[in-house]
Design a protein around this ligand. Structure first.
Ligand code: CO
Length: 151
């Protein structure tokens, strides 16, 4: 395992739409391991591939109850709403209030390419939505309500 550099805001790589991950090989496994290590070291709760400069659709999330690896994730259901503060490892020292669904269902693949479905609510749903946004070049600051927007 190895720590990866986390790309910071201002880098175009954070604004690209990531491509589908097609191969479920040792390189993917290694990268997911590196992403988990990098996320824990930075004390984050999620990290998406573009944040380490890889324009592919996968991310890791751990809100305290274990690592979740999502490859090619798609939100298939969402309901309710919640408002809460978010930060991002690519946007240091900044936290702002963002509205997210309260509950989501996600369809994704694991590191071997097996399909699975995951339901999450509350903070976990928030973290997953945040990471999936990264795969489409969207940062949480794009979703901050105008009246609260600092920049
Ligand atoms: Co982020």
């Amino acid at each position: 395992m190895a720590l990866r550099n986390i790309v910071k805001i201002g880098d175009d790589v954070l604004r690209k739409i990531c491509r589908t991950q097609m191969s479920f090989d040792e390189k993917l496994a290694q990268t997911l391991d590196d992403m988990a290590e990098t996320m824990y070291k930075a004390e984050g709760v999620g990290l998406a591939a573009p944040q380490i400069g890889i324009l592919r659709r996968y991310c890791v999330v751990d809100v305290g109850d274990g690592i979740i690896e999502l490859v090619n994730p798609v939100i298939t259901e969402k309901s309710g709403s919640q408002c809460g503060n978010e930060g991002c490892l690519s946007i240091p020292d900044r936290y702002e209030e963002v509205e997210r669904p309260m509950k989501i269902t996600v369809r994704a693949q694991d590191r071997r390419g097996n399909n699975f479905t995951l339901s999450a609510e509350g903070f976990k749903a928030r973290a997953i939505c945040h990471e999936i946004d990264h795969l489409d070049g969207i940062l949480y600051i794009d979703r901050v309500r105008k009246k609260n927007k600092i920049l």
